[in-house]
Design a protein around this ligand. Structure first.
Ligand code: A3P
Length: 303
């Protein structure tokens, strides 16, 4: 835990100009932020432990929500555990590599006691091999790309990234399509090769309790009905939005400015309808159809 405290402290004390959108650099053909690419050898050689649990997502797919659900399940619905530290401390981010003095995700994880819950946004092919060698469990959460595009756009705004992201469509055209598609499809195709539970944000919204039971079954956990009920209550959108341990309000405003947009923002399926014109929606659908041709992976943009 001492490293976790260091991490929190280092973030809070870092000079404001440490944070901006980093240039991208290719790692095995995948564009990653430069500090991550520079730290790649360490990330690639990360030593997984058999009881590690990896939560993998494309950004904005519901990572934080799943992190909370899993943490509650592992700890039998214990509120004290959930409230002991922010989500990003209880569940370190594997590949994050900020400039010094902030310790990298790998540094933090090396001193994190087992069982570790680890977050990653890495594509399937970039996940350190030791996770597969140790047969670790992985939960992957996917979300429809229209809502991802909007959510990501507001996230970019709140992170005050430079250059300015422009419109959501401009941002998504540059950053989104290729990387989102490769992410969801490659994880989808890998799901039967390893212990990977592939979940959907839309299903979680439709019936959170059903999906919590699905995660419990996967983790081999049996909990009394009232504990499951408690987990449902503490992981609702409203509860997580108000909870300083889950809403990222403990990050300095130079990293995330919640007055521009809160991290736990809208939490809906089909918020894209408030941001897409009919023309944009048609353009998006045409691109989606083209990319998804031939796969049996299907997304729901409404429920
Ligand atoms: P919106 O921007 O559409 O609101 P991530 O954690 O992967 O960055 O994903 C963030 C998205 O998940 C945000 O989407 C956020 O509001 C949503 N989210 C977080 N907690 C949620 C919850 N308990 N229920 C529903 N959506 C949630």
């Amino acid at each position: 835990m001492s490293q976790d405290k260091d991490y929190n402290q280092a973030i809070l004390e870092a000079p404001e100009d440490l944070f901006y959108r980093f240039p991208l650099s290719l790692v095995h053909g995948v564009p990653l932020m430069k500090p991550i690419a520079n730290n790649w050898e360490k990330i690639e050689n990360f030593l997984a432990r058999p009881d590690d649990l990896l939560i993998a997502t494309y950004p904005k797919a519901g990572t934080t929500w799943m992190q909370e659900i899993v943490d509650f399940i592992i700890h039998d619905g214990d509120l004290d555990q959930a409230n002991c530290a922010p989500t990003y401390v209880r569940s370190p981010f594997l590949e994050i590599s900020s400039p010094p003095p902030i310790p990298s995700g790998v540094d933090v994880l090396e001193t994190t006691p087992s069982p570790r819950m680890i977050k990653t946004h890495l594509q399937y092919k970039l996940v350190p091999k030791s996770f597969w060698e140790k047969n670790c469990k992985v939960i992957y959460v996917a979300r429809n790309p229209k809502d991802i595009a909007v959510s990501y756009y507001f996230f970019d705004l709140m992170k005050q990234t430079q250059p300015d992201p422009g419109t959501w469509e401009e941002m998504w055209t540059i950053l989104g399509w290729g990387s989102w598609f490769d992410h969801v499809i490659n994880w989808w195709e890998a799901k039967d090769k390893h212990q990977i539970l592939y979940m959907f944000y839309e299903d979680m919204k439709e019936d959170p309790k059903r999906e919590i039971y699905k995660v419990m079954k996967y983790l081999g956990k049996k909990l009394p009905g009232e504990v499951v009920e408690k987990i449902c209550q503490h992981t609702t959108f409203k509860a997580m939005k108000e909870n300083p341990m889950t809403n990222y309000s403990s990050m300095p405003s130079a990293v995330m400015d919640h007055s521009i947009s809160p991290f736990i923002r809208k939490g809906e399926v089909a918020d894209w309808k408030n941001h897409f014109t009919e023309k944009q929606s048609k353009r998006f659908d045409a691109e989606y159809e083209k990319r998804m041709e031939g796969t049996d992976l299907k997304f729901r943009c409404t429920i």
